[in-house]
Design a protein around this ligand. Structure first.
Ligand code: UD1
Length: 381
């Protein structure tokens, strides 16, 4: 049974790692890893493969950066050739990035069964490119692997057959649970971007005495005025506590493009570092007083680690992190007040949702084994 797994962007690599490990040397399922090349930097891609011990991709489409249409089209062209050559029995996609939707569209039109891990999440905000990717992917997938009960309900409301929906838990948490024991914060030294110096654990920041921040959503960083407003708020927060900012390439490029570097440099305790590896990033988060973000996956990681997370977005596709976890959705104008609450010891705490337990990859592989068994039967008879 030939199974293609697709990964394209940084959060995909974290999700695909436990699946690749669970499928290595599987007697009946031959896993083929396709990297679309949507993320291609050493820091955004290779480092994650090395740290998470993901086997080298069997195929890399090397599509690189481009507009949404061009990037999606390039992935589709490349992936069609892959499917023609490999003739997979099934394609498994993860998450909500352009690679997810592009490969699902190709496979489903070729009559290949497709499974979507992280199906059913909905922000109900179609101005987010990821929401379009989620809607399209789920409207044509055959099997739906979900991370939480709200996703099951969303799919059922959209008319998906209940027998194809499986709540499996969270692959990102598989990766987190497995690696946590090996993540050692005390040795952390981080090089500051554009500066000839570094900051170090134990001197510049220590447990509970710093915040971690990430911003990369187009709605927050692609508009100059919006980004400038954020920079001013970072200044206010950093006046209270060191603020570590591993910066996404999109955000860094926009700071340059909008001429905001000088404004950023004025803020004494704001530390810009290049986007970090998985170990470095998680070791920061688990020791931070708070996380301020607009990411998707980080809402889940902070929930598992029970670190107060402030998500600067009007909505989230991961509401379970709010009902059960340590996440809170906030408006830009409330950032400072919310941080002050946390510094007064009133940060939100929670617990990990059902099946966020480190065994999600095993559950998914068991489901695929059943599908593979049925296919073998269909071929024989
Ligand atoms: C993508 C995903 C988003 C995910 C994020 C995580 C889509 C629509 N968006 O957004 O859901 O949260 O990844 O990182 O798929 N760039 C580099 N090096 C790289 C990759 C990108 O410098 O290795 C630059 C590109 O030049 C581009 C920008 O970063 O201008 C954005 O990259 P892109 O893949 O288009 O989207 P992300 O913002 O990373």
């Amino acid at each position: 049974f030939k199974l293609i797994l697709v990964a394209g962007a940084r959060p995909n690599f974290i999700k695909i790692a436990p699946l690749m490990h669970a499928l290595q040397n599987h007697p009946a399922i031959h896993a083929i890893l396709v990297h679309t090349g949507q993320h291609y930097d050493e820091k955004m891609s290779d480092l994650f493969f090395r740290q998470l011990n993901i086997p080298q991709p069997d195929i890399n489409l090397e599509v690189g950066s481009a507009s949404h249409a061009v990037q999606t089209a390039r992935i589709m062209e490349g992936f069609e050739q892959v499917c023609l050559k490999v003739k997979p029995d099934m394609v498994l996609v993860v998450g909500d990035v352009n690679s997810t939707v592009a490969c699902t569209l190709v496979a489903s039109k070729m009559g290949i069964k497709t499974a979507h891990y992280e199906a059913g999440l909905r922000s109900r905000d179609r101005s987010m490119p990821e929401e379009i990717n989620r809607l399209v992917t789920d409207s044509i997938s055959d099997y739906f692997y979900t991370t939480s009960i709200d996703a099951d309900e969303n799919l059922l409301k959209e008319g998906v057959d209940a027998s194809t929906i499986h709540m499996v838990g969270n692959l990102m948490i598989d990766t987190l649970a497995k690696n946590l024991p090996n993540i050692n914060s005390s040795a952390l030294t981080l090089n500051l971007i554009n500066k000839d110096r570094s900051i170090a654990w134990g001197t510049d920041f220590t447990k509970d005495n710093f915040g971690v921040m990430t911003f990369h959503r187009p709605s927050n960083v692609d508009d100059r005025q919006q980004l400038l407003t954020l920079v001013k708020i970072w200044g206010k927060i950093a006046a209270h506590m060191p603020l570590l900012f591993p910066i996404h390439p999109r955000t860094y490029k926009n700071i340059q493009l909008f001429g905001l570097q000088e404004e950023v440099d004025k803020i004494a305790q704001l530390y810009l570092v290049e986007s970090l590896g998985y170990f470095e990033f998680i070791s920061l988060v688990r020791n931070a007083r708070f996380v301020l973000t607009d990411s998707g996956g980080i809402q889940e990681e902070t929930t598992y680690l029970n670190i107060p997370c402030l998500t600067v977005r009007p909505n989230t596709e991961r509401p379970v992190t709010i009902w059960e976890g340590s996440n809170k959705l906030i408006r830009i104008e409330d950032i400072e007040d919310e941080i002050m609450l946390i510094l007064k010891g009133q940060g939100k705490k929670g617990k990990a949702p059902k099946f966020w337990d480190g065994h999600t990859a095993t559950r998914i592989v068991q489901l695929i084994e059943k599908i593979a068994g049925k296919t073998a039967y269909a071929v024989q008879h």
